[in-house]
Structures are given as C-alpha cells and as structure tokens.
Design a protein around this ligand. Sequence first.
Ligand SMILES: C[S@@+](CC[C@H](N)C(=O)[O-])C[C@H]1O[C@@H](n2cnc3c(N)ncnc32)[C@H](O)[C@@H]1O
Length: 372
Amino acid sequence: MKRRRYPPTRKKRRSTRQPVAHTIPAMTYEADVADGLEAIAAHEIVTRLGAHAHLDPVTLRGMVRFTFTGVPSMLFNLDTILAVFQLHRFDVPRPRALLGDQNWRTLCAAAERIMRCHPRGLFQTFYLSAAGARTATMQRIAEGMAHHLGLRRVHTPDEGHFLMRIRRPPEGGAGWDVLFRLTPRPLSARAWRVCNYPGALNATVAHAMALMTSPHREDIIFNPCCGSGTLLIERARAAPAARLIGCDMASGALECARQNAATAGMADIVQLEPWDACRTPLPEKSVDVLLGDLPFGGLVGSHAENEQLYPALVQEMARVARPGARCALITHEVRLLSTVLDAQQAWRIEQIIKVSLGGLHPRIFLLRRTEW
Ligand SMILES: C[S@@+](CC[C@H](N)C(=O)[O-])C[C@H]1O[C@@H](n2cnc3c(N)ncnc32)[C@H](O)[C@@H]1O
C-alpha cells in the first residue's frame, strides 16, 4: 500500500509569472540623538543594520543621517537613538511648492507607507513642527496631511503620534526638507517604563553609558543611587551580565525600579537593595562595572548634600571595585565631581563627554579603577 504523507501535499503548479524582485529602494533617514552621543549612535546604526546602512558624511550636532535599504521597521529598536525620521528633500524655493501635485503625492505616499508599518489604529493624532507653523501655507500642509492620513491634528508635540517636520536643510543650501517620524512615540520612551520617577535618566543615554563600559557577560555590575532602575535595565538590555545590583535609600524609587524591572521581564535578574550607597555591604574588590546617575542637586538632592555625598560615594565605589573596573557616572555637578576625582588616586578619568538633552548639559565621566 502506498503511504500517504501527512499533511497531504498538493502538486505545485508551475507558475507562469515572472519572479518579483523585492528590492527596497535606499531612503534617507535622520536619527535624533542626545547631543554629544552622535558617535555611539552612529556605531549602533552601522553595527545593527550592517551593509543595509551607510552613514552620511554630513555630521551635525544631535543627529546622525544615513541611507538604508531595509524595511523601516528594522529601525524601530535602535537603543541609543531618541527618534528616527525619514527625510525627503525637495529642490523648491518655498514650502508652498510642497503642495504642488507631484510633491504632494510623493509626501502622501511616503507618509502612508510609514503608517502601514504599524498596526492599524496606532496613530491617532498628527503634529506639524515647522518654523512659521502658523502661516497659511503651513496650516494648509498640516490640515491636508492630517486629513489625508485620517488623523486628528494636535498642537503640542508630545500629543502627536504622527510627527512631520518641515525645515531648511540644516547644513545650508537650497530647498526644503520634510521629515516623518517612523514611530508613534520616541524610541527613548521604553515600554518597560511603567513607573515614572522624578529625575529619571533618559533611557537612550543610559543605554549609551552601558555600552561605554564595554559590556561583558561575566560582569558584576553595581548601580549606586539607582532610582527607578534605568541604568540597570538598559545595561541588561545591552548585554547579559553575571549580576546587576542597584541600591537607593528612597523606598519609592526602589518600588518604581521593581515595577520597571518586572515589566522589562528582569525581576529575577536585577537585585535592588535599600542601602546607603556610601556604606554598602558589598565585599571589597567585588565589582567589575559601576554605573551611576548621581543626584544633580536640582530635582534630586541639593548642592550642599552633594558636597557630602560625592566624596563618600567615590570612596565607597573605589572600595568595592576590582582593580581595572570600569565606571560611567553622569552628573550636572561637573565641578564638584572633578574636584573630588582630582583629590584621589583610586579612579583615573579616561574621558569626559558633554551631553545636551532637554535643556540640561550634564557630563558623563568614564573612569577606570587604578591597580592600587
Ligand atoms: C538622579 S536620581 C537617579 C535616577 C535614576 N537614574 C533613574 O533613572 O530613575 C538619584 C538617586 O540617588 C538616590 N540617593 C541619593 N543619595 C543616596 C545615597 N546616599 N544612597 C543611595 N541612594 C541615594 C536618590 O534617592 C535618587 O533616587
């Protein structure tokens, strides 16, 4: 008896159609990044997207421009980037020409393609960002595009899901740029952040700091003053680790960190302790990497408190760090931390990076534990 295959296979009909070439045309994209972290964002783009992405030689503060031939959804998970936009440049003398038949069709088709990358209904609102957004031309563009996409127009950027930007080319030259954000929320708005804590660190900056310490799967990580857990969670997202320990004296902060870690699926990975960061029970020379977002003295703490906290913290970090341990600290108290570090020999400053974000200009101090 002939054996039947299960499930039964149908005989394939020979197709008469020509094969379709699924090549995606190269499009230009612009990544908004925290000012000062352009190099680390560019590195992420080329390493994550490989041969599909080519960096644009134009370098401007706070952004990385690149061409990309893959599907836009491959850009939704870049970790050191605040938001990604698709860029369309028009060689026109004024924005009014964008309403011309051919240009308008190009724009509408591009905007629709972005919407189609997401589940239906995810975009509800539309926001236009442009100098002169109140002019009659810009109003027509905004109303027209919102109407075309079936979205409700809003007048504050935070409320906008579909973001359109119109501007002059920032590097100079003629024409006008139109940019569409690819996602309904910035990439920096992480799904794991269910508990917002005052003074929480931007997740993309935290991710960049984790990468700056050259993550290794055997690392034991300590995050003094962990607040709502941003650095611990982003370090765990960047690479596996042997242990991730955070401490904070504020019980509300630890509860927030617990909720965020649980949402990130890291409840069992992250160890949260109610310790004073200046007097921890951690053994001497037991930690490979230290990550810290220190109280800036504005929203959290005060300058007078920091004058006591910083020297004690730097000393405790030196006690628990292995010789050669890496450390990344971010603070707005630049002079205070510099003075404290100048007065000791346990930590060597390897680099100081100025970051500008949301009107603040903190510095990231990259340190290395000396051998003595
Ligand atoms: C800038 S916030 C950290 C925010 C955190 N990176 C986040 O994303 O939520 C600084 C934290 O340091 C904590 N802190 C201040 N002094 C401390 C100390 N001596 N020991 C432990 N935590 C301390 C505060 O409670 C606060 O949560």
